[in-house]
Design a protein around this ligand. Structure first.
Ligand SMILES: Cc1cc2nc3c(=O)[nH]c(=O)nc-3n(C[C@H](O)[C@H](O)[C@H](O)COP(=O)(O)O)c2cc1C
Length: 357
């Protein structure tokens, strides 16, 4: 059987996405992130290379766990400054025909009603090429920016996310019937009010009594991505995700997560194979192995420990500035993301990680 491998590129609307320090490389162009030609070139390159999609990461909040301040993040451009990813999509859609766009948006700080409209708008403008990476955030700094003391507890965020999904599904799928829009100049009827329905939701986290503001878009519900693999994250993925994005240091760690996600889908009444898994990989190309190895060695010279640990501290909620570089990383349970912490601690008990690694 031929394997069906799909390729997503992975980027973020900022300078230092996941290669801390590399922005200093003479050939690095990521500091042009705030100019449209950078994104238009990328979209054209990906389409020419037959990529399935461009996945855009995003995070609300600043990486201020390391050293208890945003200083290191600012010095090293660790996902700050960071612009809004959704705004990039129209420009890239205009110069491509097939490329999909998976945009990360946190649901924790925006109610479903305006968010559903923004997604529908992009589904219209891309003619059905939009996807949504459903995230709930992992930074307390985002919560403080939104007037809260700290972020909602880890598993509670996923409970709220389930309710959020219930509301956006109803807005996207249930408000406008397929033939609600007439565009009939002769009768003077643009849309038939009898075919546009109110969505009434009285839930714990959300209350709503409204019609969806957009007419049906090509997909209605965008392609749904998810990227959290904690036990509660898997249950959420099993219910909602069409694609799951995974990151782990070895096949030994990734394989059981894939199996668990597929099992979660089965438990939610779906087929395990309904979920497409994307695993992260950094590919360095060259005409020969030696050329690729040399390039990789060159890139590695730009790694910056403080910059890397600033990123890792944000993901895990652990302040690595208080560790020695050769100290072993031990597992900590908190309200930040859990997969990144598990990757370097309990996911593979045979592999001990030091902070330096
Ligand atoms: C490959 C990958 C990409 C991710 N991209 C984002 C992102 O762009 N924005 C975000 O807030 N979280 C992102 N996450 C974090 C997850 O969505 C999730 O919050 C995190 O893994 C914690 O969830 P968990 O505790 O269920 O594992 C990403 C995770 C992975 C593995």
């Amino acid at each position: 059987m031929a394997a069906d491998i799909r390729l997503n590129a992975f980027a973020m609307n900022c300078v230092g996405h996941q290669s801390p320090g590399l922005w200093r490389h003479p050939r690095d162009r990521s500091s042009d992130y705030n100019r449209l030609p950078y994104w238009i070139d990328l979209a054209r390159t990906l389409e020419r290379g037959r990529f399935d999609g461009l996945f855009l990461a995003d995070v609300l909040g600043v990486y201020d766990v390391y050293g208890g301040s945003p200083d290191a993040a600012l010095r090293h451009a660790i996902q700050v400054p960071v612009n809004d990813p959704m705004m990039l999509v129209s420009a890239m859609a205009a110069v491509t025909e097939h490329l999909g766009f998976g945009v990360t948006c946190t649901l924790s700080y925006e109610p479903p009603y305006p968010f559903a409209r923004r997604m529908s708008t992009l589904d219209h403008l891309t003619q059905g090429r939009i996807g949504w990476n459903i995230v709930t955030g992992y930074l307390d700094s985002a919560a403080r920016g939104m007037g809260k003391e700290r972020q909602t507890a880890h598993d509670d965020r996923y409970d709220i996310a389930d309710e959020y999904m219930e509301v956006v599904y109803r807005l996207w799928e249930g408000s406008w019937e397929d033939d609600a829009v007439k565009r009939d100049r002769a009768s003077g009827i643009f849309a038939d009010p009898a075919k546009v329905h109110r969505v009434i939701h009285q839930g714990e986290a959300y209350q709503l009594d409204a019609i969806h503001l957009c007419e049906p878009s090509p997909q209605r519900t965008p392609v749904l991505y998810q990227a959290g693999t904690s036990p509660r994250g898997r249950v959420f993925a099993g219910r909602h995700a069409e694609c799951v994005f995974m990151s782990g240091p070895s096949a030994k760690i990734i394989a059981p997560r894939v199996a668990a996600i597929r099992q979660a889908a089965v438990e939610a009444g779906r087929a395990g194979s309904d979920i497409v898994i994307f695993s992260i990989a950094t590919v360095v190309l060259g005409e020969t192995d030696a050329e690729a190895e040399a390039k990789f060695a060159d890139y590695r010279r730009y790694i910056d420990h403080e910059a890397s640990l600033t990123l890792m501290s944000g993901w895990t909620g652990v302040d690595f500035s208080t560790y020695e570089l050769d100290q072993q990383v031990r597992h900590v349970l908190n309200d930040a993301g859990r997969s990144a912490m598990d990757n370097v601690t309990r996911a593979d008990p045979d592999r001990v990680w030091t902070v330096r690694e």
